[in-house]
Design a protein around this ligand. Structure first.
Ligand code: PLP
Length: 362
């Protein structure tokens, strides 16, 4: 009898690693390992979430109408050019399922967000990986690898975990060099944090092409990672395709309400950005002062390289931090064994991190 086996590619997906959530001597654990918003969600989102609790017996709006309208108003786009998902991770999966399958190629960059390779494997498509240069995307390398079989190119801009970004002019060049049958997916999860004049999250590129999609999330700037809400902006034909593929009730009722409310709280957004700007600069400065290499980041986290020292590897350092109740992200699985990703925390968390690091690195 034939053995039961999962589809081709599934066995190559890395299994989820259990998250460490150790008690920290009665104190809350300082979790700088995921790119959470240090200030938490907007109070308006919390109120909307609580109000939605009255209606938990109802299915959510399968068309995400109010949320799409709120997104459209905020970004001055058409609501029918938008669809929503259970986190932007789900959108990455939906778009890959819709456009790629066995025999097709899904192209992305070397240190690109790990959701891309997973989505490619899930659909049975072949992942193709373009080398980066000095932890930044090389658009020429991406364009060179695109061919007849390339159905999707994913560009995380800015990228996680590197924190680097691709200037708008290079993204336009990439689109021009890709085949017309290739969908360019701009994963702009951290777009809101970027303070650079030559950056563009992708609105214009989407409106000017029939083969570009921009994917966004409420997990970062809006501090709603726990509710799982993502969205995509694209040409109506692509949005209609994604809507066919996605589960009808993919975004929960409280999630839709909290996300729509978040868009009305510009004060919270500004506070988040101001906090990130000042503490990212502070942390980078303090880390460099103790000999840690800090890569320039336009996100709410920074990528650091630990100086070579036989007694202080990333696992040893991570354990030392864990002993102080602090979690950071090791990047061995990204092929960066001497690097860590550190999220910008609250003032107290950032100081706790530096105090713990100075004990062993100063
Ligand atoms: C570049 C990038 N894209 C997408 C995601 C997925 O975010 P979410 O599913 O929370 O919207 C993340 C999460 O860290 C990310 O870093």
């Amino acid at each position: 009898m034939e053995r039961l086996t999962p589809r081709v590619g599934i066995g190559q997906i890395a299994p989820h690693k259990p998250m460490i959530r150790l008690p920290n001597g009665g104190r809350p654990l300082i979790d700088l390992s995921l790119s959470h918003n240090a200030l938490g969600p907007s109070p308006r989102s919390i109120t909307a979430y609580r109000q939605a609790a009255q209606n938990l017996h109802r299915y959510p709006d399968g068309e995400h109408t109010a949320l799409r309208m709120a997104i459209a108003r905020r970004y001055d786009i058409e609501p029918d050019h938008v669809t929503c998902s259970n986190g932007s991770d789900e959108m990455i999966q939906i778009v890959t399922e819709a456009y790629a399958g066995p025999g097709d190629e899904v192209l992305f960059h070397q240190y690109g967000y790990h959701g891309f390779i997973k989505a490619a494997r899930m659909t049975g498509a072949t992942p193709v990986i373009a080398a980066e240069r000095d932890l930044a995307v090389d658009v020429e390398a991406l364009a060179e690898l695109a061919g007849d079989r390339t159905k999707i190119v994913f560009l995380a801009n800015p990228n996680n975990p590197t924190g680097s970004y691709v200037p708008a002019e290079q993204v336009q060049r990439l689109r021009a060099e890709l085949p017309a049958h290739t969908l360019l997916v701009l994963d702009s999860a951290y777009a809101d944090y970027v303070r650079r004049n030559n950056y563009d999250p992708g609105f214009d590129l989407v409106s000017d092409h029939d083969n570009v999609l921009m994917v966004r999330t409420f997990s970062k700037l809006h501090g709603l990672a726990g509710l799982r809400i993502g969205w995509a902006y694209g040409p109506p034909a692509i949005i209609e395709t994604l809507d066919r593929v996605r589960p009808l009730y993919n975004v929960g009722l409280p999630a839709q309400a909290a996300a729509a409310a978040a868009l009305g709280d510009l004060e919270h957004e500004e506070a988040t950005l101001a906090h990130n700007d000042s503490w990212s600069a502070w942390l980078s400065h303090e880390l460099r002062a103790i000999g840690v290499r800090v890569y320039p980041s336009v996100c709410n986290f920074i990528l650091v390289r630990i100086p070579p020292d036989p007694t202080m590897s990333v696992p040893t350092l991570s354990q030392h931090l864990l002993d102080h109740g602090i979690l950071v992200k090791s990047l061995g699985h990204y092929g960066l064994p001497d690097c860590m990703r550190i999220t910008i925390g609250t003032e107290e968390e950032n100081h706790a991190l530096m105090d713990a690091l100075r004990e062993v690195l100063d």
